[in-house]
Ligand binder design. Structure first.
Ligand code: ADP
Ligand code: MG
Length: 239
């Protein structure tokens, strides 16, 4: 990860990105480069612009000024906040994963070879045997892993996760973290957001402290210093 311009390994480059929904910008002058192999946590209090930044990097929101450049053939996956998913959509786990490739095609036809691939991805994510289960009958941690499975099934090189540990118990939180670390070790680039500084951010190699703009970025030891934390959270923080 770097925040001063493009390099060869750059997957996504944000250059002076400002985003607004109304008159007031919610994130301002963001310079950020996501590079191959990164494992980055964007941290900041609620309302600091984390979700907005992820959406801007993904291309879901157009900046008011500045630019986001993604490597042209880059395959990205997005794992939404568990709380924001409509789990009443009537599909099974395998269908939910299979539909990730069909780009809006509504009928979840799954071929036998695809089903084998899906089962392999589910196994890898600790969802063995759950393919035929309705998605609404899963725990929060399992639902999240279904979305990770979707991203892996599409061959995503970069996976964005918005607040992946919110609403999860401590044990599940650790499982998610280990899983993400394993995926990262296998070459998947991971960008996540969290308001929970102590729970996960300190375990990741790179932290970006956000409060409308980037307050500090780098290794936890360098970034999680009193001055940066106070400017990020608006009050002194204990870590
Ligand atoms: P975070 O994810 O850090 O909680 P967000 O990116 O969701 O922050 O929100 C940043 C600011 O933008 C907040 O003040 C929020 O109210 C506002 N905001 C977010 N989404 C929208 C939207 N769709 N329309 C208007 N304002 C929004
Ligand atoms: Mg958010």
């Amino acid at each position: 990860m770097s925040w001063s311009g493009a390099v060869d390994t750059a997957l996504i480059v944000a250059d002076r990105v400002t985003v607004s929904y109304g008159a007031e910008p919610v994130i301002v002058d963001i310079d950020l480069t996501v590079e191959t192999g990164d494992m980055v946590s964007v941290v900041g209090p609620s309302g600091s612009g984390k979700s907005t930044l992820l959406k801007a990097l993904l291309g879901g929101i157009k900046p008011r000024s500045g630019s986001v450049t993604r490597r042209p053939d880059l395959s990205v996956g997005f794992v939404p906040q568990v709380e924001q998913i409509d789990w009443n959509f009537p599909v099974t786990v395998a269908e939910c994963v299979g539909m990730a490739r069909s780009k809006g095609f509504r009928t979840p036809w799954i071929s036998r070879s695809e089903r084998r691939e899906i089962d392999a991805v589910l196994d890898r994510l600790g969802l063995h045997g759950l393919g035929s289960r309705h998605i609404r009958n899963l725990s929060g941690g399992q639902q999240q892993r279904v979305f990770l499975a979707r991203a892996l099934f599409t061959g995503a090189e970069v996976i964005f996760l918005d607040e992946p540990t919110s609403g999860l118990d401590v044990k599940t939180r650790h499982e998610v973290l280990h899983l993400l670390a394993d995926l990262n070790a296998e070459g998947v680039t991971v960008v996540l957001s969290t308001h929970d500084l102590n729970g996960i951010a300190t375990h990741l190699p790179t932290i970006v402290c956000l409060n409308r703009t980037i307050i500090g970025a780098g290794r936890p030891d360098d970034v999680l210093v009193p001055d940066v934390l106070e400017r990020t959270y608006g009050s002194p923080m204990q870590i």
